[in-house]
Structure formats: structure tokens, C-alpha cells
Design a protein around this ligand. Structure first.
Ligand SMILES: NC(=O)c1ccc[n+]([C@@H]2O[C@H](COP(=O)([O-])OP(=O)(O)OC[C@H]3O[C@@H](n4cnc5c(N)ncnc54)[C@H](O)[C@@H]3O)[C@@H](O)[C@H]2O)c1
Length: 255
């Protein structure tokens, strides 16, 4: 039985990495997918091919989720395309930032706007629609182990993911009466374009592997399997929690 048959999911930042992996797996489980991307179009198109190859329908919507007017358009196009949507995956994120002593105001807000402001306003627009329709839903945020664990040199990133932790916990309570669950997934080291500069640096990769009890880098398939559970009917009593998926990294972390 396909676990998301009859469901529709919006996946932000679905043209690469974890978002693409989630879109592919959800489609294989029967969900229609709204494939949000900012650039490049080719990434979103390859996600669409994966969704269609899995026998589901996809809809590509270009929108910068750090901009509330583009979020409104994303949500409206998603509803226009599929009639309704019941799963939201807040996945879009950025990692790069200058060193703390060099960072400017725009560097800070670049990270905060995508990693924290976007989940706030995308979830708000999603919840408003569901509230008007009196339908339940699922929100899954792709956070990071750095919602809790210090990462020197990435203060804006850690602050954004730490904020996402409290955003998730607050909204789990606020939206419970609407039947909307809200949870975070906190990946460790997953092989994606974002982590590739680290993973392609052999000495850093080797050091990282010594800190990984399961002794391997995670895959987008690993993360998608957890997202599938949290988005499925089986997780109806799960809300307000962060689920770590890190091969034991956070349990055994040392700088
Ligand atoms: N790869 C890892 O090891 C790792 C670990 C912990 C958390 N994460 C989180 O996973 C999520 C996905 O990252 P990834 O590793 O797949 O890297 P990625 O760079 O492949 O994916 C991020 C996606 O977000 C998109 N995006 C960026 N800004 C956007 C915007 N304003 N509007 C719409 N889309 C936008 C990018 O175009 C990209 O497709 C991020 O939130 C990241 O913080 C990744």
C-alpha cells in the first residue's frame, strides 16, 4: 500500500539535495508534489521527472520563500493546481556565512530570512488555508543538529535553526486545535550540494567519520524515510518534537 496515496505535499527548495529526495520518496508513496525552487530550473525539472517516473503528479512553482508575497503566490498556485494540500515540508535553507567578526547586517538576514522567516510565513499561509477549509495537516521542518549543537563559524545558521526549534514547538501547540502537527527533522552530515565542500575535503571527511558512530555519511534517502513517517497517517499523535537523524553524531559530538 502506498502510504501517501491521496495526499499532496509542498516541498520548499525541492530542486536538489534533501528536498529532492523527499519529493521523490513521497511521490513513490503516492503523493502529488508541489516542487518549489528558486534556481536553477534544471534541478526542479529533474525532480519533476522523478515524481512522474514514480507515477505521481508534480507542479513546479518558482518562489523565493524568504519573501511573503512570493509565499502567497506559491500557496495559491499549489491550491489551484491540486485543489488542496495537506503536507508542508519546510526544507529550503542556506548555509554559507562570513566569519562573525566580518559579518554585515545583510549576511545575517540572508540566513535568517531563508532558514527562519520563511518557515514562519510559509506555515502561516498553509495553516490559514487549512483553517478555512477545516482540514488537518502536517508540517515538517528540515532543521539541523545545529538547532542545538554549537558550530563555530556558523553563528547565524545555528541561530536560525535554534529559532526553528522554538518556532516548531510553539506552533505544535498553537496549531494542535486545527489538527495540524508540527515537527522538526535534525539531520547531521548528509551528502547534498550544501555539505559537499566539507565532504569533498578528505581530511575533514575522515575526521568527521571518526565522530560518526555509524561510520558513514547520511543520504537523502535516509532523511526522506523519516520525513515520510512524520508526514504519514501513522504519525497522527506525533507533534512538537525534533527527530535527530545523524548516525549518532550528536550523541558523540566533539570538536
Ligand atoms: N546536508 C546536510 O548535511 C544538512 C544537515 C543539516 C541540515 N540540513 C538542512 O537541509 C535543508 C536542505 O539542504 P540540503 O543539504 O539539501 O542542501 P541544498 O543546498 O541542496 O538544498 C537547499 C535548497 O534550498 C533552496 N533555496 C535556498 N534559498 C531558497 C529560497 N529563498 N527560496 C526557495 N528555495 C531556496 C536551494 O536552491 C536548494 O535547492 C536545509 O534547510 C539545510 O539547512 C542539511
Amino acid at each position: 500500500m502506498r502510504r501517501l496515496q491521496g495526499h499532496t505535499a509542498i516541498v520548499t527548495g525541492a530542486g536538489s539535495g534533501i528536498g529532492q529526495g523527499i519529493a521523490k520518496r513521497f511521490a513513490a508513496e503516492g503523493a502529488n508534489i508541489v516542487i518549489n525552487y528558486i534556481a536553477p530550473l534544471e534541478g526542479a525539472q529533474s525532480t519533476l521527472h522523478m515524481v512522474e517516473a514514480a507515477g505521481s503528479q508534480g507542479l513546479i512553482v518558482k518562489a523565493d520563500v524568504s519573501k511573503p508575497n512570493e509565499i502567497e503566490r506559491l500557496i495559491n498556485q499549489a491550491w489551484a493546481g491540486f485543489g488542496s494540500v495537506n503536507i508542508l515540508i519546510n526544507n529550503a535553507g542556506i548555509g554559507f556565512e562570513p566569519a562573525f567578526l566580518e559579518a554585515k547586517e545583510e549576511d545575517f538576514y540572508r540566513v535568517i530570512d531563508v532558514n527562519l522567516k520563511a518557515p514562519f510565513f510559509v506555515t502561516q499561509a498553509f495553516a490559514r488555508k487549512l483553517s478555512a477549509e477545516k482540514k488537518p495537516g502536517r508540517v515538517v521542518n528540515i532543521s539541523s543538529i545545529h538547532e542545538d549543537i554549537v558550530l563555530p563559524g556558523h553563528t547565524s545558521y545555528c541561530a536560525s535553526k535554534g529559532g526553528l526549534r522554538m518556532l516548531m514547538r510553539n506552533l505544535a501547540v498553537e496549531l494542535a486545535a486545527l489538527g495540524i502537527t508540527v515537527n522538526n527533522i535534525a539531520p547531521g552530515a548528509i551528502d547534498t550540494p550544501m555539505s559537499r565542500p566539507l565532504l569533498e575535503n578528505k581530511p575533514r571527511r575522515d575526521t568527521l567519520l571518526t565522530q560518526l558512530p555509524l561510520n558513514r555519511i547520511g543520504t537523502t534517502e535516509d532523511v526522506a524515510a523519516l520525513a515520510l513517517f512524520l508526514a504519514s497517517d501513522e504519525a497522527s499523535y506525533v507533534t512538537g518534537a525534533t527527530y535527530y537523524i545523524d548516525g549518532g553524531l550528536s550523541a558523540y559530538y566533539n570538536e
